[in-house]
Design a protein around this ligand. Sequence first.
Ligand code: UGA
Length: 445
Amino acid sequence: MALKITVIGTGYLGATHAAAMAELGFEVLGLDIVPEKIAMLTEGRVPMYEPGLEDLLRRHVAGFEGATGRLRFTTSYEEAGEFGDIHFICVNTPQKHGEYACDMSYVNAAVDSLAPHLRRPALVVGKSTVPVGSADLLAARLAELAPVGADAELAWNPEFLREGFAVQDTLHPDRIVVGVAGDRAEKLLREVYETPIAEGSPFVVTDFPTAELVKVAANSFLATKISFINAMAEVCEAAGGDVVKLAEAIGYDERIGSKFLRAGIGFGGGCLPKDIRAFMARAGELGADQALTFLREVDSINMRRRGHMVELAREAVGGSFLGKRVAVLGATFKPDSDDVRDSPALNVAGQIQLQGAQVTVFDPKGMENARALFPTLAYAATAAEAAQGAHAVLHLTEWREFRELDPAALGGVVAERRILDGRNALDPDHWREAGWTYRALGRPL
Ligand code: UGA
């Protein structure tokens, strides 16, 4: 009989995983404790902006014309416990308030709520990013709380999807990593993943701690790569070099690779910043803090970028923001997402406003979330509206639509043709030819 799958937590990770599992042919039940989310998903609507996800969902969600009906949603743990052979835990693990450590309360609550309903052998698979050592604790808790006892097994299966590419990354992962304590868990997870779609992805089987560590190690490496190129940007500025050329040139070395070498205002979002901090906190608990002191530097280089962008803008408008209008293009932490969590763009906009400028923000998809987080900033309906009367235009999230702006037309609405590229993603010549002063981080004037 085909395996039945539940997915607990329907954020970026869970909603995408649930739809992808239905695409692979499984019967899937998605669970979330927020009834509004479940109501939306049941109607085939996705509670965030993620390219391609709504289409995937509508191909499977029960009740849609032409849909397979393999995907349903619920708020009931009892229903999930009865339904599933495999339960994927996809809830978030944010940074604890005022601390570096990771907040495990959602993961713990998911396991505690599900376990009492496990009355037949089941596999619970953690996908959330957790401090190393969590899986061991959760496995013990599961066996203690589940009526089937040790027949409720745990596995750890970290997820590497990027926002904006969630569907593609889930259906065509670079690798599948599973941490297991026994053969049965491995066999079940092979059954899930060794399907036509996921075929060809390396399948790495390991123990719990290694599986947990793979995830934070990968994110730490990516964060380090970004901070490395941003450190080079600082040196380039001091020495009169060009970090964009430097990145291109070192990236041709295959051992280095050209990806994640874009210098700018640094990384944000709900993953990289909190993951490196939680990793440091956990290493401290394990007595291995020395091994990760470099991550402190990675974090501080990253946070410096935001302040540096503010300084560059202040200097560009003549040394003070008082009485100046600043247009900010971009609010999300990266393009193709509506996520504004720890967004460098909004942080820079907020700092500039605090220093006395009148700041107007435009973002193609992140306006609603930005308004909720930063209600004191002004928001415009288009890039041109944000740029009205501006003394400086700041490009802070590299949406394609900003690259396609017509500098000549935009030049007609601003007070001064001054563009600052915080993402090194615009074509300087294009802007300069239209009479703009173009400045960017890590590049000569
Ligand atoms: C990141 C990882 O890339 C995923 O593999 C991982 O699964 C995910 O976290 C997670 O842990 O859930 P994501 O947060 O979606 O994915 O975003 P990234 O594409 O990694 O970008 C993170 C930040 O780095 C963005 O603010 C982006 O603008 C910045 N960045 C990225 C740079 O400043 N320079 C670059 O060259 C690349």
